[in-house]
Structures are given as C-alpha cells and as structure tokens.
Design a protein around this ligand. Structure first.
Ligand code: ADP
Ligand code: ZN
Ligand code: ZN
Length: 731
C-alpha cells in the first residue's frame, strides 16, 4: 500500500505531496507520520492511501513510523480541510496545521505520566508483614499506608518513607507499579458558577426554535437576556443525545465566567482550547477531545477545528466580534468554516449576539437564517438608561478633565451606595502621540510607519504594531525644543485622575499592558468580581460579556473614537461597542446607568445606540451600504504586497496590478472601485506595504478565484502577496 503524504515544512507556502510505502507502519488516512525526506526525517500527514503509485517501487521510501495511537485527523477534519484549502487557496499543509496544537507538531510535548504503586493482590497483607525482618519499620509503614490509602504516586511514597524501603518491597514482589497519565488541567481554581435555573419563556422559545429549525439560527438577545443559559441547555440536549458540541467565545481569557459556567454544568466533559494555555495543557485538552473523553470544546476561534467526531452543535457567542476573523494565513472567517463544518457533520449552528453583524441580520431577514429574539433581561429590569454628556459643552464650561460633570456625579453616587463602576475607553497607554509643540515633529517607530505611544509606568515609547520600545524624548530631535506634548488620554491617565477625584476608591486597570501573562485577565476580573475594587478602568476588554451583579454604572469616555475610523464598518463597530459596554451595567437587582461622553451627540449611530434601537441603526446602515455598494452588497477585496525590499514590493505591485487589471476589464461592470496605492500603514515590522483595493458587486466568486491565483503566483521568499476579503482592519 502507498500513502500520499503532505510533508509539513513550516517555511514552504506550497504543498509538497510525496508517495511513501506504508509497509508495516500501520498508517491510514489522517495519520501523522515520520518519513525520510532528503537527508533528514520530517513529519507529515497521510491524506490518501492507494494500491498503486505512479512511481516505480524501488524509488519509493517507506514511512518510518506513525506518531499517534489514533489518526490525529478525522475523516470530517480532512473534508473540512479540503474545503478551506479550496476556499482560501491556502496550502493543505498550512490548513492541516490549524487542526493541531502547534506544539504537537514540533514533538516537544508528550503525554505526562507518573508511576503509581499499589500492593500486590495475590499476596495476603499479613504474610507480607510477617516476612519483614525486625527493624525494617519503614517497609512495614509503607505496606500499612498502601493498605489504608490504596494506589499512591511513587514519588509520594519515596518522599514520605524512603526510596530504598519502597525498592526493597518491590524486589520482594509485594508492590505493583503502573504508569498512568497525568492530566494537565487549565484553570483548576475557577469558582463554581451557578446551578440550574428555570428558563424564562423567551429562553424556552429560543431553545425550541433552534431545535425545530433546520437552518442556522441567529439568536438576537439583549445583554442580560440569558443567552448563555440558552447555549448551556442546547449543549446539554446535544450531549444527552450522544453527540458532541463546540462553543466559541470571542476571547476565552476575557470570559472566564462562561467557561466556569460550562465546567460547573458539565465537569470533565468540557475541554478548553486556547492559545494562552501551556503546551502541556493544550496537548492534554486536545487529546481528551480526540479520544472522546471530553465531548464539549470551548475556546476562541481556533476551537472550530476541535478534533470532535459526531458533532451535534456549534455555538458562536458574540458572533459580531472581530476576533472571529483570522488575520494571519490562512485568513479564514470562522462563520464560513462553521457553516461548512455544520453541513459536513449535520450539526446545528447557532450564532448569538445583542448586536448581530449587519450581514447576519440581513440573512435572518432574508430567511437564510432562522431568527430567535430575546428582548427582556432575565432580571426583569429595563436596560440601563444611557445619558449623553456633550463634551463640547464641558470644554466651554472650562472642564478639561476626562470626566464630564454628569459622570463625576454618578461615580460619586455609585461609590456612596457601595456599588461598582466600569470606565471604558478606546485606547491604551498613558497618552497617544508624542508631538513637538514648536515644529510639529511626531515620534515614530523606526520599523513601522506609525506614531509611538507614551507609556508612563515604564517611561518609554512603545510601538503597538511591532512592540519596539524607545526612550522617552527629552527634547525634539528635529528642532531641539523641550516643549513636548502628549496628546490624548489613556487608561493610565484616567486611573491617575480618578485617584485624585476619589482618593478612597480602589481602582483596577485592565488593558494589554496589565494582562501580559496567561491568567492576567482572570486575576483582574476575579478581584473585581469579588468586589475587591470599586472601579474597573479598561479598553475593549471590559466590554466583553462579563456579568458583575454589583456594577450599576458604566462610563464611556470617548464614544466618538471608533466613529472616525476610515472603515465602512465604523458605525456598526460603534453601535456594538456602546451596546456591549452599556450592557455591563445593572445586570442584577438594581437598575443600571450609563454615561456616554461624546463630541458629536447628534450622530445617528450614537442616538440609536442610546435608545438600544438596533432596528433603526440597522435600517439606516443597510440603506447606506446598499446605495453606496458596500458589504453585504459588494465585497471589499484587498490584494496586499509586502516586502522588506521596497523596489521589489513596487515591482510586484505593478505585476499584480497588470494581471488584476485584465480581470477587471473582463468583468468591467462588476467593479465599483479598482485602484492601487500605498497601504495606510506604509511599513510594519520593516516590511513595505502596497495594495490593490477593489469593490466588487457581481461575479464575485469567479473574480475572487482569479485574484487568489494572481497573489499565490507572485509570492516568493522575498515578497508576500495575499488576498483579504472584507478585512476587519485596513492598516
Ligand atoms: P447574556 O449572555 O444574554 O448577556 P447571561 O446568560 O449572562 O446573559 O445571563 C445574565 C444573568 O442571568 C446571569 O447571571 C445568569 O446566570 C442569569 N440567568 C440566566 N437565565 C436565568 C434564568 N432563567 N433564571 C435566573 N437567572 C438566570
Ligand atoms: Zn520640534
Ligand atoms: Zn514598530
């Protein structure tokens, strides 16, 4: 038998498929194998087996060995991989890598095992004890200990008694040693979250609606309407019917509560997959799923590739979240993969959000998706009242602090009543740009064409694209002036000012700088959840689905920030963000409040969000996008060219443009826009960036295919050319 093996060479963008003899290795479709490759050995995946090869028998080498006890990739995984390979025009090797924890491929992690010791069963304990010579008290103690406690880890016995006495007993044949796997379990010390609840009527009909429909279901439920409980019920029903489940959340480290609710309901049946785990934890959780020991996978977008068979349901929570789009190759959209995976395995697909993507809601309205709506909060209280603070008025009044008078007053009230507040702002660091007031010089990163951010705690300038750090300026390098201005407001500055306003309040800060390590988010959220602080200040991270019963006030410092991104989705982002952050307030007994600070209080997106009026936001947004041909009424496609060599980037762009132009001429009437230019950020990590930008309204599938092959054809070691479709960030 012959195996077709995809050789897993990390640096190669192209698939290398070779025939090997299976011999006695036992390899089957889906096996990971070690094969001879040139003068070396390398890893590969068997993607096909057959009786014959085009190559003569004596030219074929044999597989050296199979790596895992069972094939790492299931039939369904392989079918899904094939789909992704075709759809995103990525190499099979890079697609297959998505299905395994990266550490597994390098062979650096293995099962962790330990030796356990118990008493031999065929010898009576009395005769063991009577045979031991006088003075060997430790041996007696070991036997008695094992008699009482049963099987014990060898290392514990050795430490408690002595290695020599244990060895002596072993030599007598009194002890049996077994090697057993030790599971490395992530987040062991999570709190138990909540018991079983009686579903509200809205929750019940949402569950039923999902079960009855054979289409994917969009659950549009206001914040606090109990969507998570609906997911749990659906998962429970799925598991009871003998099937498995995948639940995706935007960023697992930000939503420990969801995971702990799942774990307290389903125990060891759920496994967590996410990049923040240690290599060993990832490995063990992955294998628990692959071996069907765990039947529920929870994680961020990559958990869509969980090695589960017999899948019954896929749930995508907060389906509008940007984190569901991969920004590295293969650039996939999680929802597209989920749709395909659901189809391949006959599983249900559920998308949930308080603020669905315009695309998703349109699909629900068109009947492509089933729609379930939940309009009431579980606690029966109305959604928190949002009041607008017009910051132009504040400036006129001479208030130059980051807080409006309204917000200060509400904060005061909240603290006095013993409740908690969340302050949200859109940026991190102490301030934004560093500008010379005399000549206008702006400090920029040497590797990337972006301005640097000042971080007060470390007194350094940081580049948020490549992570480079620079000394803070003492004088302007251009004109020598010492009058350097840090414009803007960041989380650190807000904390400093809050400390001055409310010296007795305990304040926590959560942003990328305070949450570098694995369980950083957990720690901060846990402390806040335990009411060890009064105010939580943070960026996007505080907007996610947290459920803190004592939070009754949310302050949104700069609601405008995201309105002015040069992106057709900036309105949608703003609406989603405001709704999400506001939704953190008043989730339990007390009515919540939100103060939204803005310089453009009349902006229709903001006024819609203040009234929680998704429909009017949606209607307006759809009308605008339809009239101007933006997605979902067209596709925004960007062909990117990146290279450290600027002239190579430019010449490649020219070639790409010539080829793309032919496509554009062939499908002339399908294009709304077509041009080439420098990318908005002209250089990142020392790579120059150029782009072709198009907007395509018809014949999209055919044009897309041609663009992908243009990009793949121009990619080489020195220059990278790739296609982005409706990219979520346009740097
Ligand atoms: P959402 O995900 O829609 O924002 P959650 O699922 O987090 O809402 O629910 C909000 C709160 O209400 C949680 O604390 C949850 O435990 C609680 N909850 C949900 N459903 C019920 C119910 N049927 N009865 C009582 N409490 C519930
Ligand atoms: Zn200057
Ligand atoms: Zn940089």
């Amino acid at each position: 038998m012959i195996a077709k093996v995809i050789v897993d060479i990390a640096t190669s963008e192209l698939d290398k498929i070779f025939d090997y003899k299976i011999g006695y290795s036992g390899a089957v479709r889906g096996s990971r194998v070690i094969v001879p490759f040139g003068r070396f050995k390398t890893e590969g995946f068997v993607i096909e087996t057959s009786e014959i090869s085009e190559f003569p028998d004596d030219k074929l080498k044999s597989i050296i060995r199979v790596i895992d006890e069972v094939p790492a990739l299931t039939e369904e995984n392989l079918a899904l991989a094939e789909y992704i390979h075709k759809k995103y025009h990525s190499s099979m090797a890079s697609v297959l890598r998505l299905f395994l924890p990266s550490e597994m491929r390098t062979g650096k992690v293995r099962k962790k095992t330990a030796n356990y010791v118990s008493l031999a069963e065929d010898i009576a304990v009395e005769s063991m004890l009577s045979s031991i010579r006088k003075g060997a008290d430790k041996q007696v103690a070991v036997i008695k200990y094992l008699q009482k406690n049963g099987k014990t880890k060898a290392s514990i016995l050795n430490e408690t008694f002595s290695a020599s006495s244990v060895t002596a007993l072993k030599n007598k044949g009194y002890l049996v040693v077994t090697e057993e796997q030790i599971l490395r379990t992530p987040y062991k010390n999570l709190d138990n979250q909540g018991g079983r609840v009686l579903l509200t009527n809205e929750q019940k009909s949402a569950v039923e609606s999902v079960i009855l429909s054979d289409k994917p279901t969009l659950i549009k439920g206001v914040t606090g309407s109990g969507k998570t409980e609906v997911y749990l019920q659906l998962i429970e029903k799925t598991i009871l019917s003998g099937k498995t489940a995948i639940m995706l959340v935007p960023e697992i480290s930000l939503t420990p509560q969801t995971f702990s609710r799942l774990r307290s309901r389903f125990g060891d049946k759920c496994a967590i997959l996410h990049s923040g785990l240690s290599a060993g934890e990832k490995f063990d959780e992955w294998w628990r799923l692959r071996s069907n020991e765990a039947t529920i996978a929870i994680g961020a977008r990559s958990a869509i590739f969980a090695p589960l068979e017999n899948l019954g349901i896929i749930i995508i929570d907060e389906e509008h979240d940007q984190s569901y789009e991969s920004e590295t190759s293969p650039r996939y959209v999680t929802e597209e993969i989920a749709l395909m995976r659901a189809k391949l395995s006959g599983a249900k697909l559920v998308l949930g959000s308080a603020t669905p993507k315009v695309e998703s809601y349109l699909k629900a309205k068109n009947g492509e998706y089933n729609l379930a709506v939940m309009n009431e909060r579980v606690n029966g209280k109305p959604l928190p009242e949002i009041v607008i603070a017009d910051m132009r008025e504040e400036v006129k009044r001479g208030n130059i602090s980051p807080f409006s008078l309204a917000l200060k007053a509400e904060l005061q009230k909240t603290l006095e009543s013993g409740n908690q507040a969340i302050i949200f702002l859109n940026r991190r660091g102490y301030s934004q740009k560093v500008i010379c007031r005399e000549c206008g010089y702006v400090a920029k990163c040497l590797n990337c064409d972006v301005s640097l951010n000042y971080h007060k705690a470390d007194d350094v300038l940081k580049c948020h694209y490549c992570g480079s750090q620079y000394h803070m300026l003492t004088a302007c390098p251009e004109c020598g002036s010492v009058s350097i201005n840090y414009s803007g407001t960041g989380t650190q500055k807000v904390v400093t000012e809050l400390n001055e306003l409310f010296p007795n309040a305990k304040i926590l800060r959560m942003d990328n700088d305070t949450t570098q390590n694995k369980e950083g988010h957990f720690k901060i959220l846990k402390e806040f959840g335990e009411k060890k602080a009064d105010i939580l200040v943070g960026t996007q991270m505080v907007a996610k689905g947290h459920d803190f019963p004592s939070v009754t006030l949310v302050g949104i410092l700069d609601a405008d920030m995201s309105l002015y991104f040069s992106d057709y989705r900036s309105g949608e982002r703003t609406f989603q963000l405001v709704t999400q952050v506001a939704g953190r307030s008043g989730r339990a007994g007390a009515q919540g409040k939100v103060v939204l600070q803005t310089y453009s209080p009349k902006n229709p997106t903001l006024t819609a969000s203040v009234n929680y009026d998704y429909e009017s936001f949606y209607n307006r947004e759809v009308a605008v996008r339809k009239a101007s041909y933006f997605p979902p009424f067209s596709h925004v496609v960007r062909i990117m060219v990146e290279s450290e060599d600027e002239s190579l980037a430019i010449s490649t762009l020219k070639q790409a443009f010539e080829k793309a132009k032919q496509v554009q001429e062939n499908y002339h009437s399908s294009f709304i826009y077509f041009d080439r230019m420098k990318s908005p950020v002209k250089r990142i990590k020392n790579k120059f960036r150029y782009q072709i930008l198009c907007r395509i309204k018809d014949d999209y599938a055919r044009i897309e295919d041609e663009f992908y092959s243009i990009a793949n054809g121009l990619t080489s070691k020195k220059v990278l050319c790739y296609v982005e479709v409706n990219p979520s960030t346009m740097n």
